[in-house]
Design a protein around this ligand. Sequence first.
Ligand SMILES: Cc1cc2nc3c(=O)[nH]c(=O)nc-3n(C[C@H](O)[C@H](O)[C@H](O)COP(=O)(O)OP(=O)(O)OC[C@H]3O[C@@H](n4cnc5c(N)ncnc54)[C@H](O)[C@@H]3O)c2cc1C
Ligand code: FES
Length: 267
Amino acid sequence: MGTGTLMRPLNCEVVETVRHTPHISTLFLEPTPEGIPHPGQFVMVWVRGTDEVPMAVSHFEQGRLGITVQQVGTATRALCDMHRGDGLGIRGYYGNGFTLAKRNALLIAGGLGIAPLAYLYTRLVENGCNPTVCVGARRREELILLEELDGCEPVVATDDGSCGISGTVVDALRNVELEQFERIYCCGPEGMMAKVHSLCKRAGVLSRVEFSLHRYFKCGIGVCGACCIDPLGLRVCKEGPVFSGEVLDGPEFGHYKRDGAGRKVVV
Ligand SMILES: Cc1cc2nc3c(=O)[nH]c(=O)nc-3n(C[C@H](O)[C@H](O)[C@H](O)COP(=O)(O)OP(=O)(O)OC[C@H]3O[C@@H](n4cnc5c(N)ncnc54)[C@H](O)[C@@H]3O)c2cc1C
Ligand code: FES
């Protein structure tokens, strides 16, 4: 596929919407960009007249693509307000994605971090892998996409104790033997991922854990440099968004990130 095709958004239609909470919805889109997305890859979603924003692939089947959106600002509000028949533009699939485990794996999701991990779960099971899932949310209503985890009873934690363990998903990991897993995958708020990184470092499994980073993107294709992380200058949109624990063992991850103007802001 040439760069011209990658740069041009594909016109897509919203064919179905699922509202999980007042601020989180899944949109199913057709048609889809060429090829099959690798779990962890993302699309750039052009909301006409508003903005273009990165979104992880949360579902993919039979030429239908799903994105799960949490309303945090202008573009995500416009997406959550969309209805069947509305149109938007899609570029992708971009980024590297997760390394697929063959035997067993641990998936650790915090909040909306379940979006790319739900699609990863499906692909791991298709590969004959037996994943264990730990998932955390602020409250019971925000535990979304658990119905996608066919055949799995996830370990659940909620901040307010309304479901599962009372605490964060990191608290739910305290009794889990991280060494037993071939691969560990993590996605969620960066502060939470940094704590998982520390647990993995202590357990000596940094080379087996992969994190999906959500940073501020402009171009999404490695050209503008808006998403570079210290100290190596890796572009989250191109060399990421998935990075191994070893690569993230530096000064930036879990400490600061860059906003739209390139200024450092505390994570
Ligand atoms: C690879 C990748 C995959 C993503 N996947 C998903 C997903 O599956 N579902 C989902 O809901 N969101 C996802 N995001 C985050 C999403 O892109 C942002 O929430 C969105 O760009 C915000 O746009 P806005 O116009 O609604 O908010 P704005 O009005 O631009 O900003 C509102 C607030 O959101 C913060 N914000 C802006 N961009 C980001 C960002 N990239 N990450 C975190 N906070 C941000 C701003 O600092 C501000 O506080 C992903 C981001 C990346 C980089
Ligand atoms: S967003 Fe432009 S280089 Fe990553």
